[in-house]
Write a protein that binds this ligand. Sequence first.
Ligand SMILES: Nc1ncnc2c1ncn2[C@@H]1O[C@H](COP(=O)(O)OP(=O)(O)OP(=O)(O)O)[C@@H](O)[C@H]1O
Ligand SMILES: [Mg+2]
Length: 257
Amino acid sequence: MTKIITIANKKGGVGKTTTTFHLACTLAMKGLKTCMIDTDYNQANLSQCFFNDEELPKDHLGEVILERIEIEDAVYQVRENLWLVPINDSNGEEVETRWNSVRMREFLLKKKIDRIKKNFDVILIDTPPTNTLVQDNALMAANGFIIVVKPSYFSNRGLDKMLRSAEQSLEENPDLEFLGILFNEYNQRQKGNYKRKQLDIIRNSGNPVFDTILRVDVRLDQGAAEKKSIHDYPVGEGENGKADFLSIYDEIKEKIG
Ligand SMILES: Nc1ncnc2c1ncn2[C@@H]1O[C@H](COP(=O)(O)OP(=O)(O)OP(=O)(O)O)[C@@H](O)[C@H]1O
Ligand SMILES: [Mg+2]
């Protein structure tokens, strides 16, 4: 069965897109047929990891939502074993209006993804920080989700909000499984201080938490800009990022079989 994993958090800038990008590249590198779906029609950051602005495809998820094309026409192979359904932020308002007005609007993304899921081992859905309808859609379409958090006070508050919303999705979608909370940008040098405390609060909250902590690595940021996976950098560059994503891969592989 295709594992469809939504990368979520209602808080912005915590690393959802960075995680989706480098995790998808890692899954593909390991031989899994992987497809990424970019649902963030206001930012299109994941699509920008593969296409320059002027190259963003005209046939994209927004056009699928507008019923102008089928989703099959918006699937692009971007690397070996890796595909992307991009989004173009040029007609975000039109897409939003349409998405809000269709029948069974919470299930629109699921309906579309169901048509292509048989082609892939794993589908990763990157979500926007603010759009509840798109976030709900992504959780209805998925059978697993990961919440990416930065260990900080505000991030923990955002996490509470996200967890409440996810609880409802877990009730409404019996296939959905909470794979875990993934800590991002944890600075080891700050161990033992305030950040460590925020981390412990989450670890003791009773929710599933990944053992892997994604450290700060400038190559993760640079990779998005240079359209390079963390694994494309030569030995000696991005070593923390490479190790952390291989470690997340191992944990995910164990959870999804
Ligand atoms: N572990 C990390 N090391 C270094 N830079 C990181 C790391 N994680 C994320 N970043 C950088 O932090 C910024 C925010 O990350 P990203 O865009 O992935 O967050 P997001 O949750 O998708 O944001 P939004 O909610 O706006 O979609 C980016 O510039 C990204 O490259
Ligand atoms: Mg993002």
